[in-house]
Write a protein that binds this ligand. Structure first.
Ligand code: MOS
Length: 781
């Protein structure tokens, strides 16, 4: 047993506890799972964009070598739709009609002894379609905007009036394109039935949602469905919804009475697991001549599938971004014949912050104020919506410390004034922010007679590092050396956890793990307290310190006993306790903060006294633009981040670097392209270009701020924060370098050189909607 006195590992930089498994190739991702007797499923996608399946000639495929089943809408059973989760409705189940709503829609599934046989048979499938004219434009008269009830308009003060009266006005339209989550690991599902019990290995960020959706699909009890995903791989939001292929893998296993493995192809990763929708946004800002905001209007339109619902967060961050008395936002969605969009890192806020933070940069030139100073001047010292103080907010420190680290003061404010070695040099800045989010979460914790701790919850780890930080947290809360703590996740048989998404898992899971570990220590205290034979007789939780895998009376180091001793004397193999997190801003009986092994009461701020703050960032970017070739490099980025309490600087920093890399991709490289018939052209990583290592140079991350007061753990979530504002910071730097304002992503060479191709989208309908105030709400489908 270790004899070190734990002073706490939280807050120290620690390498991933699962790092060794990953580099050894020993971490088992869903795509790695094989089972005895497994058969393989392959999906055939629609080659047309819109219409009807008239006929599927499957005879040849059925008789091809090794084929076990050919399943289409013609022979598939009815499949129920999965229940909506807190993050929205699930996609429609597959193979339920002959409708074709988008290119790449699954229309047939081949199941065979080998993948090669299934693929060969798939090539023999001949589908005859009846084609319709697809709806591809925001201005197609056959479609009309959808106003999602979960995306309410905001109206504070009188924005139109204040805008009209403003001394300075900036009004501009920005566009962003569809982006694809491009994890290196292909999404895979392996399904096996045992009677009416179903076990599924699935690439998902939300095992319990997969469980519930599969139960609904097949009309079985969710308790009989087990979803396993100890390692997800990258997902970035693609694994937040339960996609049709997951149901199809389970259906294939049901039909063939065999375990079935289904791995999406790279091309299917672009059509079958969602994408960031495209947007057109208009931002109008009114300000006084000295740069004080008087009005902000933000109107957006984004793409959505023909028969789908997706929460729309594009204007979500705008009302609270700055201290401004008059704000209005409106966000609508337009149904298009496109593969259905889904979630992608900082969904909505990544797109919305590009428009708002570009417009703020435009304002800085209009009023002649440094863009950092302009933001400082309009900083929301309190929540602009309620007037309440923030639960924590270090954004001003982000601006100041970031600017200093970046040496922002070396910037010549004149656009196109800085050069180095024949390259135009530009400095850009933008504000990043992500709203606070902490869904409910449960956990379970055990200490065993061998002195080891086992803590688990049905969450996932898509890379941010829950395995690592939850191990650290449990070690600190229990006073057990980190190498004797095991944290388990990725199994729907474990207590229910929310999705790893919305940057809310560290808070949700961390507060649950802390509460559960406190409950476990409390159970040991209860055992020892009433035990005449224990040196801890009569102890109370408030008076003990956890250390060396046991409990000590804080004021008397001689009164100490290990967990193992307590268990042994009571003839127990282990003690196990379940627990859950309290909602933010609430104090539960288990709400204690563990510091240096002691338990200190946590009291939430009194109801209605604090506005729950999210994370904040200030991004400082240098770009170098070749004036002749239009190529753009990003040699350095400084991001100052207020993420509340940072549990592990190593893994938190990785998350920020990842968000910055995706921001560089979004700003400069990534674009999903369709032809005029709506067929996707970019269906491989050769055509869909993401930022690679060579595109991401010197990235400097600074953490500022302090633990947030709204929950015992004090974290704010950093997974998505870094991509918010990142595309704008780059666009603003490009403007500073070149004098060319580029309002449409990605910032391509053609645009920099002034050869921007004509956009297919027109702006007329967006402007019409910006000037109306009524919201013609539509009921969700
Ligand atoms: Mo993120 S889009 O919430 O995985």
């Amino acid at each position: 047993m270790s004899t070190t006195t734990p002073v706490g590992v939280l807050g120290t930089p620690l390498d991933r506890v699962d790092g060794r498994l990953k580099v050894m190739g020993a971490a088992t991702y869903p795509v790695d799972v094989t089972l005895p007797g497994v058969a393989y499923a392959v999906l055939v996608g629609s080659t047309v964009t819109s219409g009807r399946i008239r006929h599927i000639a499957a005879e040849a495929a059925q008789h091809a070598p090794g084929v076990l089943a050919v399943i289409t809408h013609g022979n598939a059973p009815p499949l129920g739709r999965g229940p909506a989760t807190a993050i929205g409705p699930q996609p429609l189940p597959p193979f339920q009609s002959d409708d074709v709503l988008h290119y790449g829609q699954h229309v047939a599934m081949l199941v065979a002894e080998t993948t090669e046989q299934a693929k060969a048979a798939a090539a023999l499938i001949d589908v005859t379609y009846e084609r319709d004219e697809p709806v591809l434009s925001f201005d197609d008269p056959r479609t009309s905007p959808v106003f999602h009830p979960w995306t309410p308009d905001t109206l504070r003060g009188d924005a139109p009036q204040a805008l009209a009266a403003a001394e300075v006005q900036v009004k501009a339209t920005y566009t962003t394109v569809a982006n694809a989550n491009s994890p290196i690991g292909l999404f895979a599902t392996v399904a096996v039935w045992d009677g009416d019990a179903l076990t599924v290995h699935d690439t998902t960020q939300y095992p319990h949602a997969v469980r519930d959706s599969l139960a609904a699909a097949f009309g079985i009890d969710p308790v009989g469905v087990r979803v396993l995903v100890p390692f997800v791989g990258g997902a970035f939001g693609a694994g937040l919804r339960v996609w049709p292929h997951v149901m199809l893998a389970a259906l294939a296993a049901r039909v063939t009475k065999r375990p079935v493995k289904l791995v999406l192809t790279r091309a299917q990763m672009f059509t079958s697991v969602g994408h960031r929708p495209r947007t057109i946004q208009q931002v109008s800002i009114g300000a006084s001549r000295d740069g004080r905001l008087t009005a902000v209007e933000h109107v957006s339109r984004s793409s959505i599938g023909l028969a789908d619902e997706l929460i729309n967060l594009i204007t979500h961050g705008t009302p609270n971004a700055y201290a401004c008395p008059n704000v209005s936002t409106r966000a609508s969605q337009v149904r298009l014949s496109i593969p259905i969009p889904g979630w992608m890192r900082a969904p909505g806020e990544a797109e919305g912050s590009f428009a708002l933070e570009s417009a703020m940069d435009e304002l800085s030139y209009a009023v002649g104020i440094d863009p950092v100073e302009l933001r400082v001047k309009n900083h929301a010292h309190v929540d602009p919506g309620t007037g309440l103080p923030w639960s924590s907010n270090a954004l001003l420190d982000c601006y100041r410390q970031g600017a200093e680290r970046f040496r922002w003061s070396a910037r010549n404010p004149e656009p196109r004034s800085m050069r180095s070695r024949g390259q135009l040099v530009g400095y850009g800045v933008a504000r990043g922010a992500l709203a606070a989010y902490q869904p409910p979460c449960k956990a379970i914790a055990s200490i065993r007679r061998d002195g080891t701790a086992f803590v688990r919850s049905g969450a996932t780890d898509i890379g941010p590092g829950p395995y690592t930080v939850m191990t650290m947290l449990a070690a600190d809360c229990l006073g057990v050396p980190i190498e004797r703590v095991q944290f388990g996740l990725g199994d729907s048989a474990m207590p229910r956890a929310p999705q790893e998404g919305g940057s809310g898992l560290t808070g949700a899971l961390g507060n649950a793990v802390q509460a559960t570990c406190v409950g476990l220590v409390r159970a040991f205290v209860t055992l020892a307290s009433g035990d005449e034979a224990s040196p801890l007789k009569g102890c109370r939780l408030e008076g003990i310190t956890v250390r060396n895998s046991g409990l000590q009376i804080t004021d008397d180091p001689t009164r100490f006993e290990t967990y193992a001793d307590i268990l042994t004397r009571h003839g127990l193999d282990e003690l196990t306790v379940e627990g859950e997190s309290a909602p933010p801003g609430e104090t539960s009986s288990a709400s204690l903060i563990v510091q240096a092994g002691r338990f200190i009461p946590y009291t939430a701020p009194s109801t209605g006294t604090r506005a729950h703050a999210g994370g904040y960032a200030a991004h400082f970017v240098e770009v170098r633009v070749d004036p002749d070739l239009g190529t753009i490099r990003v040699p350095r980025v400084v991001s100052a981040v207020d993420g509340g309490r940072i549990l592990n600087p190593t893994t938190a920093r990785s998350q920020i670097i990842g968000g910055i890399a995706m921001g560089i991709g979004m700003a400069l490289l990534e674009e999903t392209v369709s032809d005029r018939t709506g067929r996707l052209v970019t269906t491989s990583l050769a055509e869909y270009v993401i930022a690679a290592n060579a595109d991401v140079c010197d990235v400097d991350v600074l953490f500022v701020g302090e633990p947030d007061s709204m929950t015992p753990l004090g974290t704010k979530g950093v997974g998505e924060l870094a991509i918010t504002g990142m595309a704008a910071a780059i666009a603003n730097a490009v403007y500073h370098a070149t004098g060319t304002r580029i309002r449409s992503l990605p910032i391509s060479i053609e645009k920099v050189l002034g050869h921007e191709p004509a956009r297919t989208q027109t702006h007329s309908s967006l402007e019409a909607i910006a000037t109306t105030t009524a919201n013609p709400r539509h009921d969700p489908i």
